[in-house]
Design a binder for this molecule. Structure first.
Ligand SMILES: [Zn+2]
Length: 63
């Protein structure tokens, strides 16, 4: 897959696309990088991919 991930800092909400102004929220995707699973957001309108700094843990990683 060929796409770039845009890192942004979330304010109170993340609903409006910073690239194109689409207002109705995002699709989500997950991407593994080493031991970390990143939670990324895709604009349904312009398809840019955003990282707002969230990651997921598997249940087995909670100890
Ligand atoms: Zn967009």
């Amino acid at each position: 897959m060929n796409y770039k991930i845009i890192n942004i800092t979330m304010e109170n909400e993340f609903k409006i696309c910073p690239s194109c102004g689409y207002k109705d929220g995002f699709h989500s995707m997950l991407k593994k990088e080493g031991n970390v699973t990143k939670w990324l957001f895709i604009c349904p309108s312009c398809h840019d991919v955003f990282d707002i700094g969230h990651t997921l843990k598997k249940a087995s990683q909670f100890k």
